[in-house]
Write a protein that binds this ligand. Structure first.
Ligand code: AP5
Length: 237
């Protein structure tokens, strides 16, 4: 880490299927950064059969949002150990209520958000991606047969385990998830967008429909503004 570069504390906003998980995975593969994905954390609770998982399962299957208080506890308990470290948070906050709770929590820790990335992808593009998404549930790794194809069809590249479809990736549920995004999540951009309230936060909207437009732009911001070095890079001492 460069001495006077800011610590990366990044939120990733975007519609369901806009590529939040895919881009976060690319970033943590390249740089020494931790990733928290709200959806992946909830899916792990469901797999483990926890109390939170029992509450979340039906809500997620219907495409609605898990209540703010539960969600905030789930996320802040994972964020606390990452104090003063670089992290990316994808899928949280998703409502103004969650944003206020997160802000208050981070303010107490003197660890403000330093980067907000807003992925702006056309609806028709994400609909076609979702109908072709395959996931490795335990890790959250995501594939698609036209983009990010697994080396062997239907098999996770890293573990060799079988890929599955997400239960909420059917057209009806997806429509509800998209509606929840427009109702609850898109107002967050205005909430976070007030510059006087956030001198230390950089906010960038990345637009693009084709596969490889977004990643180079995101990578450039991380390398130049936060001066993160790729994993394994040789640094002079
Ligand atoms: P969550 O798991 O967060 O789902 P989501 O926001 O709907 O996002 P997705 O995971 O569907 O998509 P993504 O943007 O990560 O895209 P991906 O990289 O996979 O949430 C699920 C549910 O949990 C919610 O509905 C809610 O019930 C609950 N929940 C979660 N957070 C909550 C919160 N804070 N509050 C309350 N409830 C909450 O990419 C999609 C596809 O496109 C993939 O197949 C990928 O390979 C492909 N792709 C990606 N990038 C490209 C590209 N550049 N070109 C071509 N294809 C691409």
């Amino acid at each position: 880490t460069h001495a006077d570069a800011p610590v990366l504390r990044m939120l990733m906003f975007g519609k369901p299927g806009s590529g939040k998980g895919t881009l976060s995975t690319k970033l943590i593969t390249k740089y020494d950064v931790s990733q928290l994905s709200a959806g992946d954390i909830l899916r792990a609770h469901i797999t483990e059969g926890t109390q939170i998982g029992k509450v979340a399962e039906g809500i997620m299957a219907s495409g609605a949002l898990v209540p703010d208080d539960i969600m905030t506890k789930v996320i802040t308990s994972k964020l606390d150990p990452l104090r003063n470290k670089h992290w990316i948070l994808d899928g949280f906050p998703r409502t103004i209520g969650q944003a206020k709770l997160l802000d208050a929590h981070l303010r107490k820790a003197a660890n403000p958000i330093t980067l907000i990335i807003n992925l702006d992808i056309p609806d028709d593009v994400i609909l076609s991606r979702i109908s072709d998404r395959w996931v490795h549930l335990p890790s959250g790794r995501v594939y698609n047969s036209s983009y990010n194809r697994p080396q062997v069809a239907g098999i996770d590249d890293v573990t060799g385990e079988v890929l599955t479809r997400r239960p909420d990736d059917n057209p009806e549920t997806f429509a509800r998830r998209l509606r929840a995004f427009y109702d609850s999540t898109s107002p967050l951009l205005a909430y976070f967008g007030s510059p006087e309230a956030r001198a230390s936060t950089k906010m960038v909207t990345l637009t693009g429909a084709s596969s490889d437009e977004i990643w180079p732009k995101l990578d450039q911001i991380i390398a130049s503004e936060f001066r993160l070095k790729p994993r394994g890079a040789i640094t002079k001492t």
